[in-house]
Design a binder for this molecule. Structure first.
Ligand SMILES: Cc1cc2nc3c(=O)[nH]c(=O)nc-3n(C[C@H](O)[C@H](O)[C@H](O)COP(=O)(O)OP(=O)(O)OC[C@H]3O[C@@H](n4cnc5c(N)ncnc54)[C@H](O)[C@@H]3O)c2cc1C
Length: 407
């Protein structure tokens, strides 16, 4: 693919958020879109995800962001594209009275947002997820339309659908800088020279902050290592086994080729400043087996059969976090025509559709269907420029991911 020298919109980064944004821009009528990816499409953190897609969120807009992804999956599949989505349903278990109260409130709120969600007891949990030992004293949330997507497949579907609408995706093309003149973005610089663009979108995952910093802008997001592990097949993991979240054990599981994929949210997470390490790649994400060792016993109280099969693999990557757990989507303050789509807080697969749509609405000036305020890049004001505050605040978001939501 030869490199175009101009585009209406240039997107830096061909992960799931860049590809979803490109497709939504094209669907909104902006066909002259150029995605620049330095590696292969979707080869960075997107390829490492567990791909859980869950609608039980803490606000209507967060739930709608995920709902847009489910709607996109239906559209992509109707266009003949595999999404890799399995509608297994999802369970969220309570092991304590406080969590029980939280889940009751979350289900009540979700129903108010229009999400299909129900409270169920332990017998129903055992029926839906044989092998799970729930608390008999506490409820669980059941969301039949949730599930998980194979992340690379879903992201590739966005890319293919975008290409069909005229979007140009160029791989092996590193953006070296954003061109700014007269207070607005004018394009990007790559190895072959300059590309003119009226709008530049930075959707470069963990690298978004460093790229924006070179352009003189600050992004309220910071990368934190996250890992998942995969077990060998186990006879009791059925083909209909759902996604199961156990927040009181900081854990989630979902089926993976007859075994389980499991992940934990560490209480002392590892921040990764990719901007300070020029050659960092996602495959070099430092792994820590002790996270599994520390958390697996607690999870095995709920999933006793977990000990039957060895761990045979795993993934690790560097999703970005934000101080308030919301995505960062929209125009960067101070530089006209410069936008970002990042701050996934470990649900960028689940949120890809909503982020793509919100970005397209922001760029085109269309009436927003998703409230842009909670995602606004400038919402933290001058604190965004304080790297020490930002790092600590984002690590806190990760460390408290499954904390009880206080209302
Ligand atoms: C173990 C694990 C489990 C996860 N589980 C889930 C889950 O269950 N559900 C969920 O929704 N999410 C999950 N996530 C999070 C999910 O992976 C991310 O939210 C999502 O992949 C973020 O996509 P992205 O496009 O922002 O970033 P990336 O996929 O990292 O894409 C950014 C792209 O930008 C490119 N780039 C960077 N710099 C440049 C440059 N200068 N020029 C050109 N290109 C550049 C990179 O090469 C990369 O391809 C998980 C993540 C991990 C690691």
């Amino acid at each position: 693919m030869s490199l175009p020298r101009r585009a209406r919109v240039a997107i830096v980064g061909g992960g799931i958020l860049g590809c979803a944004a490109a497709w939504h821009l094209a669907r909104a009528g902006v066909r002259d879109v150029l995605v620049l990816e330095r590696d292969e499409l979707n080869a960075a953190t997107t390829s490492q995800a567990a791909g859980l897609i869950g609608q039980l969120r803490t606000s209507a807009v967060k739930s709608a962001i995920v709902g847009q992804t489910l709607a996109d999956i239906a559209t992509l599949e109707a266009e003949g594209l595999a999404s890799g989505f399995r509608r297994t349903g999802s369970l969220r278990l309570a092991l304590t009275p406080a969590r029980d109260a939280e889940i009751r409130e979350q289900v009540r709120a979700a129903r108010g947002f229009g999400v299909d969600a129900a409270l169920i007891g332990s017998d129903d949990v055992r029926r839906l997820a044989p092998g799970i030992e729930p608390s008999k004293d506490h409820v669980a949330a059941w969301l039949p339309n949730d599930g998980y997507a194979e992340p690379y497949t879903l992201a590739s579907a966005y890319a293919t659908a975008a290409r069909r609408l005229g979007v140009t995706l160029v791989t092996g093309c590193e953006v070296l800088g954003i061109r700014i003149a007269g207070g607005r973005a004018r394009g990007v610089t790559v190895g072959e020279g300059d590309v003119d663009a009226e709008v530049v979108v930075i959707a470069a995952g963990a690298w978004t902050g460093a790229i924006a910093a070179h352009a003189g802008a600050a992004v309220p997001a910071f990368a934190v290592r996250h890992q998942a592990w995969v077990t060998a097949p186990m006879a009791w993991v059925t083909s209909t086994f759902p996604v199961v979240r156990v927040p009181d054990r900081l854990a989630y599981v979902r089926p993976e080729v007859g075994g389980l994929m499991l992940g934990f949210f560490e209480t002392t997470p590892l921040g990764v400043d990719v901007g300070a390490c020029a050659d960092f790649t996602v495959t070099a994400t430092p792994r820590a087996g002790e996270v599994l060792t520390a958390h697996a016993p607690g999870l095995m109280e709920v999933v006793p059969g977990l000990g039957e099969a060895p761990v045979i693999g795993g993934t690790a990557g560097v999703p970005t976090y934000t101080p308030d757990g919301h995505f960062v989507v929209g125009p960067l303050p101070g530089i006209a025509g410069l936008f970002v789509a990042t701050g996934c807080c470990a649900h960028g697969i689940a949120g890809s559709g909503g982020v793509g749509r919100a970005l397209a609405e922001a760029v085109t000036g269309m009436a927003p269907t998703l409230d842009p305020a909670p995602m606004a890049p400038g919402r933290f004001g001058d604190r965004t420029w304080d790297p020490a505050w930002l790092r600590v605040a984002c690590l806190e978001t990760y460390a408290h991911y499954y904390d009880l939501v206080r209302r």
